[in-house]
Ligand binder design. Structure first.
Ligand code: NAP
Length: 270
């Protein structure tokens, strides 16, 4: 069984560890954690998931099959400097650091199998829409193992590294757009007398139901929409307002802006 070391022990590392241990994908004895300075957080992970804390000698890093990089982008280069000399030649890197390219990681940690992942915050409830890309040094066996690990926090799509920008715009930032919709729909319903609590519950269930219908995959979204929309009915009146207010243009602009921001931020770490 692979030995995994998490460098960075915050929210994303905890979500992955939670998934891995809950589904018994990896024994906690094979999961090690380290961070910069927050000892309390390491102890919390140890107590909650029975994982191991990396000792000062960094023995676990030297013996790691997989190292998961889970620090903020601004801390990445310092962290690379602190771990580079401990890594053995065969260790595979899985990076969840937003914006830091495979090339940059290889420059600091050496030429080795490297996978880069864009998860989203729904990882905390095991429902991340993650995308992964890797370099040519990742073996077929390792690819399966990486996917297996990432499935602990949700679904996984394999993409080209170039596509991670638009993945970031769509799925990385996506939960925030849906929360924004939740805020606006709740407020709009409340204006007509519904309590915020009822509005929220109805909106959540509506999103879940629509997601399940889409997930079945046999009917296009446009066709599902047509089926709800009777001529001269309420849905038609509502959708007409979305069209008139050019919500489609707002959505195109939203994805354009987010993906181009991802490119700009990514350049900072090159
Ligand atoms: N959270 C998400 O949903 C999400 C989604 C997509 C991508 N990501 C990416 O995932 C990464 C982690 O995000 P997060 O939300 O988990 O961040 P977080 O909760 O702030 O955790 C960051 C961790 O990195 C550690 N760290 C900082 N410098 C370090 C160093 N030199 N050596 C070792 N560990 C170091 C911190 O340790 P201390 O606490 O001791 O300082 C902390 O444990 C980020 O790059 C982010 O872009 C996160």
């Amino acid at each position: 069984m692979s030995k995994i070391v998490f460098v960075g022990a915050g929210a994303m590392a905890e979500a992955i560890i939670n998934g891995l241990t809950k589904e018994e994908k990896v024994s906690p004895a094979h999961i090690h954690v380290m961070n910069k300075s927050d000892v309390e957080q390491l102890e919390h992970l140890q107590i909650s998931y029975n994982v191991q804390i990396v000792c000062a000698e960094r023995k676990a890093l030297m013996e790691a099959d997989i190292v998961v990089l889970a620090m903020k982008p601004k801390d990445a280069i310092d962290a690379f400097g602190e771990i580079a000399s401990y890594l053995n030649g065969d260790t595979t890197i899985i990076s969840v650091i937003a914006g830091v390219s495979i090339q940059t990681i290889a420059t600091h940690l050496g030429s080795r199998p490297i996978a880069r992942v864009m998860p989203n915050t729904s990882a905390a409830v095991g429902l991340s829409a993650s995308a992964v890309c890797w370099n040519e040094l990742v073996s077929e066996r390792s690819k399966l193992e990486i996917i297996h690990i990432l499935e602990a926090i949700g679904s996984v799509k394999v993409v080209d590294e170039e596509d991670l920008h638009v993945v970031t715009a769509l799925a990385g930032s996506g939960p925030a757009y849906l929360y924004y919709f939740a805020e606006q729909f709740e407020a709009a319903a409340a204006r007509h007398g519904l309590s915020l609590g009822d509005a929220r519950q109805l909106f959540i269930q509506t999103m879940e139901g629509a997601a399940q219908m889409l997930k079945k995959g046999d009917v296009e979204p446009s066709e599902l929409r047509r089926k709800v929309t009777s001529p001269g009915g309420t849905t038609e009146a509502g959708v007409e307002q979305l069209v008139q207010h050019k919500v489609n243009e707002a959505i195109f602009a939203c994805i354009d802006a987010a993906q181009s921001k991802s490119r700009v931020l990514g350049k900072q770490y090159e």
